[in-house]
Design a protein around this ligand. Structure first.
Ligand code: PMP
Length: 289
């Protein structure tokens, strides 16, 4: 595998980051996960814009322009001969001192990995996934806005450990006010009486690119408009259908939360329409904007 790092494509075993890099020492940096479908880079423009927004929020200035990073991504994908796969773009604060001071790190480290991806097992897309509600709350926006896709994912990882301990793959997180926010690596949607809704960005979530694609594009084209609104766990338990979205997960139905069954316990008809329309759109002609 070839990795693009700091301006060069190198073999994987030569792609190294210093132990003094603040991405490693402090989780100081940001990243994106991006999919390649049938030779097209799904929503690359949106991912690059979100990367630049994250970097700006943490006052990290990329040493490369957005066009240069786009070129680096395309080069990495073609060097690895991928027509379907997953791209990881990372900016770290760079090499510095042992202190926190971010501005003593003169140059951010930038790298791009492009590889294949293992999704949730295919049968879960048919039968539905089981999740739990995490005890751990989503970090409040006032402390570290989840809109920043930062390298510090411990809040999510600790909730993910709760899921793993419970024998499932995802956990739903509430915000500090008790509103439903998102899962550890996926956004959440509820279907009730034919209406589809999802928490707004101010619930303290990452505004997922997949989520936004459903709101702007798939929902309207299926005649299923999606409303952003705050809701409590009770509305999740009483939902007819529940599904998650994410770059890795795509669209996947949830049929159980803890020991509660959602709807009739199968992946419902509206979720199925989103799952199949998403697949159809990305495999035929994935939008790159
Ligand atoms: N929320 C969190 C916390 C995430 O890490 C992700 C990305 N895996 C998502 C939601 C989904 O976002 P996207 O659709 O952009 O992958």
């Amino acid at each position: 595998m070839k990795i693009w790092i700091d301006g060069q494509l190198v073999p994987e075993d030569e792609a190294k980051v210093s132990v003094m890099d603040h991405g490693l020492l402090y989780g100081d940096g940001c990243f994106e996960g991006i999919r390649i479908y049938n030779g097209r880079i799904f929503k690359l423009g949106s991912h690059l814009r979100r990367m630049w927004d994250s970097a700006e929020e943490i006052r990290l200035q990329s040493p490369y322009s957005m066009e240069e990073v786009e070129r680096a991504i395309r080069e990495t994908v073609s060097a690895n001969q991928l027509t379907d796969g997953y791209i990881r773009l990372v900016f770290t604060r760079g090499v510095g001192t042992l202190g926190l001071h971010p501005f003593l790190c003169p140059v951010p480290t930038v790298f791009v990995i492009a590889d294949t991806i293992k999704l949730y097992p295919q049968e879960l897309y048919e039968s539905g996934m089981q999740i739990i509600v995490a005890e751990r709350r989503r970090v409040p926006r006032e402390c570290l806005d989840p809109q920043i896709k930062s390298l510090n994912y411990l809040n999510n990882i600790l909730a993910k450990i709760e899921a793993i301990d419970a024998g499932v793959l995802e956990a739903l997180m509430l915000n500090m006010e008790g509103w439903v926010s998102e899962c550890t690596g996926d956004n959440v949607f509820v279907v009730k009486d034919g209406a589809v809704f999802t928490p707004p960005p101010d619930a303290g979530i990452l505004n997922g690119i997949t989520r936004q694609f459903l709101i702007d594009d798939l929902g309207p084209s299926l005649g299923l408009p999606i409303q952003e609104k705050l809701f409590r766990l009770e509305e999740v338990y009483q939902a007819d259908e529940l599904f998650l979205t994410g770059t890795a997960a795509e669209v996947i139905g949830v049929t159980r939360i803890g020991d509660r069954v959602i709807g009739d316990g199968t992946v419902g008809p509206i979720t199925r329409r989103f799952v199949s329309e998403f697949r159809a759109r990305v495999t035929s002609d994935a939008p790159e904007d």
